[in-house]
Design a protein around this ligand. Structure first.
Ligand SMILES: Nc1ncnc2c1ncn2[C@@H]1O[C@H](COP(=O)(O)OP(=O)(O)O)[C@@H](O)[C@H]1O
Ligand SMILES: [Mg+2]
Length: 271
């Protein structure tokens, strides 16, 4: 799949006169893994919905390869083939009786042949490692399984950019491992992945770019650098990553420390 560049420029979105995005700029690195970080209510879901075309900004522009989104029917249809959003709650997204029917709904709506729909569904099931669920009724599935079916449904649209809203929320540790494995498969499949989360430890470990929402604007950068900025982390109402807290307690510079392994390596270097 070709990499397309998704970006937001000066995005403004408000509800009931209250501003949520207030001039947000964001460029999603092609083929990369981006974490969108912010406290509850900071506007993560609103920003993802704006990037997906579901919310139209009152000012500013969402662009793909430098071209602004056309909010007409055909334009949004084209945008959805580039950018897909997976909602935080799978039950907001899944509606068909069984897994196959749910995942095939989008491709069928594109008017693809039966063979191509089957091929897309098989591929999405394989990437998410849920081939065994194909015939199962949705209501029989666990929360983690429903989350993966929702991701498979988005993937079957063959987006260049997949936006995932709090994909780890509500998952147990094994569910998180399975999700991360699925994200790796998506990245290997040349899909750009954006994950909205307030989990700084996950973001530091997983992402290669972080976007932190503060007062309706976005600060982008290398995760370890951004998250070692105590003032920014406090302004975003986030917690400092645990490895950074430990590094601080040990009197070490936290920037560059992304996981326990690099903390241990930095300690060894000081021996
Ligand atoms: N459809 C909506 N109508 C009214 N207010 C909304 C709507 N969507 C979001 N908001 C408000 O916008 C703010 C940001 O919400 P949201 O984007 O869901 O934040 P986050 O995902 O970071 O928790 C919140 O104050 C929320 O109540
Ligand atoms: Mg949200």
């Amino acid at each position: 799949m070709s990499h397309r560049q998704l970006s937001g420029h000066g995005l403004r979105v408000g509800f009931d006169g209250r501003s949520v995005l207030d001039g947000a700029d964001l460029t999603v690195p092609r083929g990369g893994r981006m974490a969108l970080l912010g406290a509850n209510g900071s506007g993560k879901t609103t920003l993802l919905r704006t990037l997906s075309g579901a919310v139209r900004p009152s000012a500013g522009e969402v662009r793909v390869d430098g071209v602004g989104v056309d909010y007409g029917r055909a334009g949004l249809r084209a945008h959805r083939q580039v950018v897909q959003l997976v909602a935080q709650n799978p039950d907001d997204q899944l509606f068909a009786a069984d897994v196959f029917r749910d995942i095939s709904f989008g491709p069928l709506n594109l008017g693809l042949s039966e063979a191509e729909v089957q091929e897309r569904v098989d591929h999405a099931l394989a990437v998410l490692s849920i081939e065994d669920l194909a015939e199962r009724p949705i209501h029989e599935l666990s929360f983690g399984q429903r989350k993966r079916v929702a991701i498979a449904g988005a993937l079957a649209m063959r987006p260049c950019v997949l936006l995932l809203d709090e994909p780890t929320a509500g998952l147990d540790p094994q569910g998180v491992d399975e999700l991360v494995a699925a994200l790796e498969a998506l990245l290997a499949d040349h899909t750009t992945v954006v994950v909205a989360t307030h989990e700084v430890d996950f973001a530091l470990w997983w992402a290669d770019t972080a976007a932190v929402l503060v007062d309706g604007r976005v600060h982008c950068g290398e995760p370890s650098e951004l998250l070692s900025d105590a003032a920014l982390v406090a302004a975003a109402r986030l917690r400092r990553p645990i490895v950074h807290q430990v590094a601080d307690a040990l009197g070490m510079a936290a920037s560059g420390i992304t996981e326990v392994g690099s903390l241990v390596a930095a300690l060894r270097g000081r021996e």
